[in-house]
Structures are given as structure tokens and as C-alpha cells.
Design a protein around this ligand. Structure first.
Ligand SMILES: Cc1cc2nc3c(=O)[nH]c(=O)nc-3n(C[C@H](O)[C@H](O)[C@H](O)COP(=O)(O)O)c2cc1C
Length: 220
């Protein structure tokens, strides 16, 4: 499955089967996470067979069932743009997981920070987690804001690569599906900015990853 297809097929999945993630995929995910950490300075971790982190009222309230594996997005608080980096590299892992036939859900609120088994060293912060595994279902397409609210480039002026990036950006997961971002084209370069509010910096990184992966153009 190519990246654009994986971006299209990815939806948040909150109910998981008991099937473990096969060793081969665990190794591939581990390798990818090592590469992401080396490139970004983050401390992303794959935690397997730990149902406790999602065994809380909050998680049940959020309709999570059967989550036993998750990816913890952890970063040094002094890293510039730590939350944006967490979003960017987390989404890279999410899209690769989708290509491997796995399902995911970004989670910043409805899990137990106290029971999370990730290693968080002094000076580091647990930004959020991503549930991962074989879903009971594949999820559904989210509603999107009208294009005019997210992008100010007239459709007839969009280069093909920009249109591809934009499509993928609209498919990106954002906290509470808030889609608080704007995409523009400045001197031929794509620029994505975040609106105000909680978690918009994580969302920004996620949206930038989707745009870049589908368009082949680096965002500012
Ligand atoms: C940073 C972030 C935090 C999120 N936190 C939660 C959460 O705490 N609980 C939850 O059920 N979903 C959470 N989500 C999932 C969003 O609700 C979901 O991505 C959005 O509604 C769009 O749906 P989709 O992922 O199926 O495209 C989060 C998503 C992101 C990007």
C-alpha cells in the first residue's frame, strides 16, 4: 500500500482484537521509531501488552476497548517545537503502521497518564499516546471543514502536488477533529500554520507530515 492510500485508509480505531502484533512488525516498528528518535531527538517508545494504560473510566468513556499496545510520544521539554515534532514523527509511525495492516488512534486525553509504562526521564514530558493493534473495525472518514476555512489558495491556482498535499492534510487526525490549521502557498512554498488552542501544535506536526508525504514538498 502506498503512503497516499494509507493516509486515506487511516481512521481512528478505538476497539481492538486480542491478536498480538507479530514479531516481524514489532521489529519493523521498533526500527522506524529508532530512526525517528535519532532524527528528532524525541524519546518515542512502543509499549506492548500493557492493558492498564487504557483500563480507566476515562478510556471506557472515550469508547476504547481492548487496547493493549500503544506508542508513547515522549520528548525533552527543552526541545524547540517538541509538540510539533511529536505530531510529525508520531504520524510517520501511524502511517507506516497503517501500511502494515495495523490500526491506530491518537490519544491525548482518554488514557491514564499515571498507569502509562513509558519511561519519562526528568526534564521529559509525555505528550500523548497512540493506541495500536488490530482493530475490531477500520473506523470511518471524519467530517472536514470547508476548504475555504483551511486554505486560501484558489483551486484553479493550485499546482498538482499542492492539491495532493492538501487532500492528505484534510484527512489528518486532529484533536477533537478541530482542524485548526491554515495552509497557504508563499513564493511557491507550502506554509502551514496552527490556530490557537490546546493540542494545535501536535495537530500541526501531524498535518505537516501528511502534506509532505503526499506532495513530496517540505512545508514551512
Ligand atoms: C493530538 C490528538 C489527540 C487526541 N486525543 C483523543 C482522545 O483523548 N480520545 C479520543 O477518543 N480520541 C482522541 N483523538 C482522536 C480524534 O478524535 C480523531 O483523530 C478525530 O476525531 C478525527 O478522526 P479520525 O482520526 O478518524 O480521522 C485525538 C487526536 C489527536 C490528533
Amino acid at each position: 500500500m502506498d503512503i497516499k492510500q494509507a493516509i486515506k485508509e487511516r481512521h481512528s480505531v478505538r476497539k481492538y482484537k486480542e491478536d498480538p502484533i507479530p514479531e516481524e512488525l514489532v521489529n519493523r516498528l521498533g526500527e522506524l521509531i529508532r530512526e525517528c528518535n535519532a532524527e528528532s531527538g524525541l524519546h518515542i517508545q512502543l509499549i506492548l501488552e500493557d492493558p492498564g494504560c487504557f483500563d480507566t473510566l476515562l478510556a471506557h468513556y472515550g469508547w476504547f476497548r481492548g487496547v493493549r499496545n500503544y506508542i508513547a510520544i515522549v520528548g525533552e521539554e527543552s526541545l524547540p517545537d517538541m509538540e510539533e515534532l511529536g505530531g510529525y514523527y508520531g504520524e510517520k509511525v501511524v502511517i507506516e503502521a497503517q501500511r502494515m495492516g495495523l490500526n491506530t488512534c491518537w490519544v491525548a486525553g482518554t488514557f491514564s497518564r499515571g498507569k502509562c509504562k513509558a519511561e519519562v526521564a526528568p526534564g521529559e514530558k509525555l505528550i500523548c499516546v497512540i493506541a495500536i493493534g488490530y482493530g475490531e473495525e477500520t473506523g470511518t472518514k471524519h467530517k472536514s471543514k470547508p476548504l475555504s476555512k483551511l486554505c486560501d489558495v484558489p483551486e484553479e491556482e493550485m499546482p498538482v502536488w499542492f492539491r495532493n498535499g492538501l487532500r492528505a492534510a484534510l484527512m489528518a487526525p486532529t484533536a477533537m477533529n478541530q482542524q485548526k490549521f491554515r495552509i497557504s502557498l508563499e513564493e511557491g512554498e507550502p506554509v502551514i500554520t496552527a490556530g490557537r488552542g490546546a493540542m494545535t501544535r501536535i495537530d500541526l506536526g501531524i498535518v505537516k507530515y501528511n502534506f509532505e508525504a503526499a506532495s513530496g514538498h517540505k512545508c514551512r
